[in-house]
Design a protein around this ligand. Structure first.
Ligand code: NAD
Ligand code: UD1
Length: 337
């Protein structure tokens, strides 16, 4: 059985479906601090079966131990954590506590129960401002904010665990920019308040919840002056976790893998693709750069193909169509639709 921490969240809920399709049994562990039970209810409808889940906090050893007492856990996919960069600057202690302490408690309980296989959600943010693109896994690492530092430190914690005991099997997945939604339109990204990330902001503008997108910077050294990113469909990303689990038993060392498409698209490319997919106009204005943003970030995904046999299959048109289906069917997300 696979323990999926943070399994009610955006990437976790899509991964539950991929796990089920691949024949893995799983139990979700989530405190619903950034998600709702409704996402799991919808996953149940999609996969047509009940999901095992436990409400609890990864920082609470008793909560976690109860999962190991009740289920025979073979491996863990560790999504649980806080993820908003701006908030991490305002509330660093909460981020260090949740993301670092949470991982430490989780690994301690795993060790106690002799479960030593973990797939961790890292991020392209660990590359800081890359000196060149596409980004390979051996590029230098850095972080400019507390959220990014928690990703870097968690990677180090997991590497140290492996060094201390080679029975640990660790896969660090560095996601680029996850977007899109499941084809059903029943689950998707449901940010609290005003979205920080581009795609939910575009989607909410298209559906009429926001007046206008602010494009952060029109003077970057990119093909149209706006920031370039590697947007990856969340269903492709979910599949990457299945591939990681299928690989994990044969690991001889810690595996660190980029999950991206290898394609870089600008903010305006995404606006145009979304307009095409939705048939709606997305009003925008170009404003100042956002502090901490970089011009270009996209993956070299060739190592993922080599070691996991994984590559992204979905392009930006499909990302935007699926994101629009979710947004237009659920204009207020899970809670008020
Ligand atoms: P999300 O917020 O939708 O999901 C995270 C889930 O973890 C939520 O359901 C939340 O309730 C739960 N959670 C948080 N703290 C918890 C705790 N202490 N105990 C139990 N549950 C807790 O985020 P997501 O987009 O699905 O991201 C999943 C993981 O991937 C995170 O670790 C995130 O940092 C990482 N990641 C996300 C992105 C992205 O753009 N979405 C990019 C790179 C990496
Ligand atoms: C952000 C996080 C990063 C995290 C990643 C994936 C910041 C500074 N960085 O990266 O740590 O790993 O999400 O979750 O938050 N944009 C606009 N207008 C908007 C929103 C975004 O123009 O309203 C632009 C940005 O300047 C950027 C692109 O859209 O060029 C993508 O932004 P976003 O979705 O926030 O992702 P990242 O900045 O890549």
């Amino acid at each position: 059985m696979i323990l999926v921490t943070g399994g009610a969240g955006y990437i976790g809920s899509h991964t539950c479906i991929a796990l089920d399709e691949a024949g893995f049994d799983f139990v979700v562990f989530d405190n619903f601090c950034n998600s709702s039970l409704e996402s799991l209810k919808r996953v149940e409808k999609i996969i047509n079966k009940e999901i095992a889940y436990v409400e609890g906090d990864i920082r609470n050893a008793n909560d976690l131990q109860s999962v190991f007492d009740n289920y025979k856990i073979d491996s863990v996919i560790h999504f649980a954590g806080l993820k908003a960069v701006g908030e991490s600057i305002e509330k660093p202690l909460e981020y260090y506590d949740n993301n670092l302490n949470g991982t430490i408690v989780l690994c301690t309980i795993m060790k106690k129960n002799n479960c030593k296989k973990i797939v961790f959600s890292s991020s392209a943010t660990v590359y800081g401002d890359p000196h060149t693109t596409p980004i390979k896994e051996d590029f230098p690492l850095s972080a400019t904010n507390p959220y990014g530092r928690t990703k870097l430190f968690n990677e180090e914690i997991l590497r140290d665990l492996y060094t201390s005991d080679h029975d640990w099997k660790v896969i660090l997945l560095r996601y680029f920019n996850p977007v899109g939604a499941h084809k059903s339109g029943m689950i998707g990204e449901d940010p609290n308040g005003i979205p920080n990330n581009l795609m939910p902001f575009i989607a909410q503008t298209a559906v009429g919840k926001r007046d206008e997108l602010s494009v952060f910077g029109g003077d970057y050294d990119t093909h149209d002056g706006t920031g370039v990113r590697d947007y990856i469909h969340v269903v492709d990303l979910a599949q990457g976790h299945v591939k990681a689990l299928q690989k994990i038993d044969s690991l001889k060392e810690v595996l660190t893998v980029n999950l991206g498409t290898g394609n870089g698209y600008s903010v305006l490319d995404m606006v145009k693709a979304f307009e095409k997919a939705s048939g709606k106009k997305v009003a925008y204005k170009i404003v100042q750069r956002r502090a901490g943003d970089i011009a270009k970030c996209f993956a070299d995904p060739s190592y993922a193909l080599e070691v996991l046999g994984w590559k992204a299959t979905k392009g930006i048109d499909e990302m935007c169509e699926d994101s629009w289906r979710w947004q237009s069917n659920n204009p207020n997300g899970y809670t008020k639709s």
